[in-house]
Design a binder for this molecule. Structure first.
Ligand code: ZN
Length: 491
């Protein structure tokens, strides 16, 4: 099977060819832990979790790193403004270390609730300060750095292909430059590798810059890494000099990822990454997610409104990662309904006969033709640049075919195999969230059907209502009764 992705580096859909056959080295830019993740942040991570699942379905061994930015991410991309962590600390009346620890735990709780395959490495920027300093040292030795009043900078004019990745027009950028840029910077696009703590201030997170990194004659000074540096240093430390896949939001292309490429390739002299995957934004009610607009929803906001994290996962998978998404509660409700329908199909496995028949043994008329082929078709759809909407459509089609069949014609083994594949690649926990009903409930259904056969409608309805209290509804079709979950099943 061929696996293809849209690669920002080439601008085309490229066939995935890892450096080592059967192995994929992935780096994902992780959260800045100064606040709860928004549903927009989480949507992008849902796509990258799906990417990991798809690689695994293609028998790749995935080694994945996600960083946790707990220091150095300033409120402006231009190396100006406050450190987001220090700002969050002031807001919450805690110090930056406490803020980082609190929101890192909140993030991990979110991704567990969303059923992520956790990256093998969740690497905190503050745990990799020596690696970041070493990277600066390497760049300094090769002549890529210079020091000004507020820090050590990367000289982008020394890296001739700087503008290529994002197709930047550096002259136009220079012309439109805002006044707050440090005028000591040699080029508009130069970025901070290390920022000095301003004189007279004490940061919660700061480290002493080693003297060999500083211009001679510089006094002892505390400081902290520039935001871009951590991703290069962490990925090199864990995954080596060249990555197979790097993922992130499209907003990272012109600055953050451009800078990662420049500093990594300048330091190592080899290509930093072969495949760059970027997701589009999720908007809320057609507008950009922002605190001031009051649409800054978190996962727990959705849960408070009666939706499960997996409802949200379904919502996100309905869109393609390269298209802008639009979150509405109506859309989330539709996703919730779709997931409930899928769970009710999953529950059919408890109601089919145990006999395992292959398609060949099944009577041609009753055969659920597509069931065996569906897992393969699903994976092929996802292999085509993470085609989740197409994958979901394939599942819907297979499921609606099932609904038109009598229970006896549903091949239980093939159904279970399909459900397992869906869970593997989409992470929706269909098997785990659809337990069989207990024996007492089964007895109720038998009694109810007996009353119904005897045309004792009152008694039959009474039992139907009792079942409803247990979260079970009955659907009578083609002379048989199928039980379904009425609405809420726990995740
Ligand atoms: Zn990054």
């Amino acid at each position: 099977m061929t696996l293809k992705f849209h690669n920002t580096l080439s601008g085309e859909i490229d066939e995935f060819k890892p450096q080592t056959p059967g192995k994929a080295l992935i780096y994902t830019c992780g959260p800045t832990v100064y606040d709860y993740a928004t549903i927009g942040n989480l949507a992008s991570y849902i796509y990258w979790d799906t990417l990991v699942r798809v690689l695994m379905a293609n028998n790749y061994q995935v080694v994945r790193v996600m960083n946790i930015t707990d220091v150095g991410h300033l409120t402006s991309d231009a190396d100006e403004g406050e450190d987001k962590l220090e700002k969050g600390a002031k807001r919450d009346g805690k110090n930056a270390w406490e803020i980082a620890s609190f929101y890192t735990k909140a993030f991990i709780s979110d991704i567990n609730q969303l059923n992520f395959i956790q990256p093998q490495y969740l690497a905190k920027a503050s745990d990799y300060i020596p690696d970041q300093l070493n990277l600066i040292r390497k760049l300094k030795e090769k002549g890529y750095t210079y020091q000004i009043d507020d820090g050590i900078y990367f000289d982008t004019s020394k890296f001739p292909t700087y503008a290529d990745f994002a197709h930047l027009d550096l002259d136009a950028q220079k012309a439109g430059a805002r006044v707050e840029f440090n005028p000591e910077k040699r080029n508009h696009s130069d970025f901070a590798l290390w920022k000095f703590t301003p004189t007279g201030t004490k940061r919660d997170m700061e480290w002493e810059a080693p003297s060999d990194l500083l211009d001679s004659g510089t006094q002892k000074v505390m400081g902290f890494p520039g935001w871009h540096l951590e991703c290069s240093a962490i990925s090199m430390a864990i995954l080596g000099e060249t990555l197979d896949i790097h993922t992130g939001g499209i907003d990272h292309i012109p600055v953050h990822h451009t800078n990662e490429i420049a500093q990594s390739e300048a330091a190592n002299g080899v290509k930093f990454c072969n495949y760059w995957l970027h997701n589009e934004f999720l908007k809320v009610n057609g507008t950009k997610i922002s605190k001031s607009l009051g649409n800054y929803f978190t996962l727990s906001d959705l849960v408070k409104k009666g939706f499960s994290p997996l409802d949200f996962r379904m919502f996100v998978l309905q869109g393609n990662y390269r298209n802008e998404g639009n979150f509405t509660f109506e859309g989330l409700q539709a996703a919730k309904n779709r997931l409930l329908n899928w769970r009710n199909i999953a529950a059919l496995r408890h109601q089919t006969h145990d006999t395992i028949k292959s398609d060949a043994d099944t009577n041609q008329d009753e055969k659920t033709v597509s069931l065996y082929a569906t897992p393969q078709a699903l994976i092929e759809a996802l292999n085509d640049d993470l085609g989740t909407p197409e994958g979901l459509k394939i599942i819907d089609d297979a499921f609606s075919t099932l609904l038109s069949k009598k229970l006896a014609s549903i091949n239980q083994a093939a159904l279970i195999q399909l459900l397992q594949t869906i869970d593997d690649v989409l992470g929706l926990k269909l098997l785990e969230t659809t337990p069989d009903i207990d024996d007492e409930t089964k007895q109720f259904i038998i009694q109810r059907n007996t009353f119904r056969d005897l045309k004792q409608w009152d008694k039959a309805d009474e039992i139907r209502n009792q079942l409803l209290d247990r979260g079970i509804v009955l659907r009578d079709s083609q002379n048989e009764t199928i039980w379904e979950y009425s609405n809420k099943v726990s995740d």
